[in-house]
Structures are given as structure tokens and as C-alpha cells.
Ligand binder design. Sequence first.
Ligand SMILES: [Zn+2]
Length: 405
Amino acid sequence: MRALHSGLALRLIWRERLVSRADLARRTGMSRSSMSAIVEDLLATGLVRETGTGDSSGGRRPILLGFQDDAHAICGVDLGATHVAVALTDLRIGVKAWRSEAHPVRDDPEGALDLMCRLVQEVLTEAGVSAQRLVGIGVAVPSPVSPADPESLSPLLVPRWRGHSPVRRLQAAFGVSAVMDNDANLGALAEQWWGAGQDGRDLAYVKIGTGVGAGLIIQGDIHRGATGVAGEIGHIPVDPAAGPCVCGLRGCLNLTVGSQALVDRVRNLRKTDERSVLPSRGLTVGRIVEGAFEGDALARSVIETAAGHLAIAVAALVNLLNPATIVFGGGLTRAGEMLLRPLRAHLGGRSPSASVTQTALAISSLGVEGIARGAATLVLRAALDDPNVFPSLRGAGTAVPSVTP
Ligand SMILES: [Zn+2]
């Protein structure tokens, strides 16, 4: 019972930032003496400290308690399809050290895992944090993750990863617990905690990168579905002309709005369109967006076409789940209103107008660090739910798996 109340108190102190013992007692329904004993324990862990005094309500000014955001650290890993990024964060998911390198993650799991471990070690070194001070490591992967096999990527969608696990590798290398989830799910979690969907109970995050995926927050929690593939909107067919997909269907959204598809479309159109100033060599989504901002008509029309394809899948999301907010992230979203305006227009014709106008569409403000921060948030959320996960609270030898590298 005391552990339960201790967790409740710790979560309140984290959320409120500054709170007195009397407030804690009142809000948890405990006696002030019991709460004082719990607070003594929490002070001893280093997670909580006394920090100044609050306003008096007649008597002595109360001592305020604050959460020590830097008592421990968390590592968030973003394994994208074509990059590995690692953030070392404090306990409010503020980034203290950051590394990102391009890598063909889908095709080279061993190289990606080696790079991941090197970058984790680099952020630990830069921040002067030992692995023992980590609450844990969260990993975002470009694949659905089945609740029945939470340490593996999908053998269907990323076949080369069969037998390779980021979670097992990290636990072996650093001796701390690691958890992983789909990258779009963790993008959604990041938006719910730190971004455009803050405090939202029903929101969707759509990641447009090498492929397209959606993370869904339903009634406040990540919705993974029975086998972890909820939100795989990249495999909604939107244009039969786009040909066969790895999943067995034709014309999937991934094949029309994914990075390679956008680059290919520009290259094809350039053959007949002399006006464009876009280069045909070294073309990237970032360059297409830049071109659109410079007024390039071809770049703009490709973004508008992408918005039309995206609208088909987004309309399905709106009609099925009626999220309050849909947040878009990934390289193409740097186009901002150039993407959102045609998307809204296409959406208006595809979904009941009332539910569409009530769904806020926003571009993620979290930038390239968003997914890694979401991965770290997964660890933080688990620790706030069960404070025994914090290094300073766990008993000797418990919680940390002893794995021989
Ligand atoms: Zn497909």
C-alpha cells in the first residue's frame, strides 16, 4: 500500500512540478503524517528535493517539493528506415545529447545495431552519464511490433531483421532494460506528451518518410491492435496505377507518398516539363520542398498530388476513429500549409464535413528529435507508473536483467 501511495505522490510531484506535503496529502487522501513519511523516502532517492517555500494560507509558509529532472537519464533511439538517431534525455525528456547518422537500416540490421550501440555510448559519454544511471532505453523501429513478440520487428515487412533484436542487443551491451515500439506509435506518444496533441485523449500522428505510418492514441493510450499493425495506413491502396506493393496489394499509399515515390514522380514529370529548376541528380524530398517554396510549379504540383493521395487514407482515419487532432511529421511536412491546404480541400470531399472540420490538422513542431523523444517517453511513462523502475528505487539486482554480452 505504501509503495502504491509513494508512486502516486511521485507522479503528482512530477506533474505539478512544485507541490507541498499538505497538497500531496489532500490530493492522495492520505494523512499528513503518512505523507510526510513517504516524502522522506522520496527525498532519500534523490528523485525529489525541497525547493523553496510556497504561499502561506495563514500559518507557516509551506516547503515546496520539486521533481529532480536530472536525477537520472533516459535514452531514446530512433531506428528509421534510412537513419539511426539517439537522444539522451532528462526525466522531462529534454534532450541533453543527440546523435544522428544515415544508414540503410532495413537492409543492414547488423550494421544498424552496431551503429546504434556506438551512438548510445557517444551520448552517454558526452552527457557524462553512466549506463547504470539510465532508467532504461526506448527504441522506435520502422516496423509494427507485435504484443506477442515485443522484441522483434515484423518478418513480413522487414524480412532481413529476422533474428535481430535492438532490445536484446541494448540489454546485452549496456545492462539496462530496453523496450521498443513502432516509430509512428512513439511519434504519437511524443505529440501527446510534448507536442501538438498535448493532453489529448484521441489523436493520430501520421509519419510521412520512406513509408507512411500512423500512430493512434485512443482514450489516452497507444492503440496497437491485436497483432501490432494498427495504423499501418501506408498499405491502404490509393492509386492502382502505382503498381504492386511488398504487402501483396496494389497502389499502396507508401508507393505514392513515400520518399522514393515523390522523387521518382518529379524525375518522370521533368522529362516533359521544362519549367522546373529541380535537379534530376541527388534529388531528395527536402529539395522538392525547397523548390516548392522557391515557386517551382512542378514541385508544388507533386506536393498537391501527394496531398490528394494522403487525403484518401486520412479520410479513412477520420471516419473510423474521429481523432480530435491529426499531427503530421516527416520530411514532406516541412511544406507546411502547401501540404495542409490541399489536404483539407481533398478531405472535405471524402469525409462527413462536420467531423472533418472538427479534426484539427497540424504539422509536428517536435522536428527530427520527435520520434526519439517519444521512445524515451515510453520509458518515462513506465517509470512514473511504477517508480520501482527508477535506478534509485530498484532493489539490488532486480529489474535489471543480467545478460552476458
Ligand atoms: Zn502495401
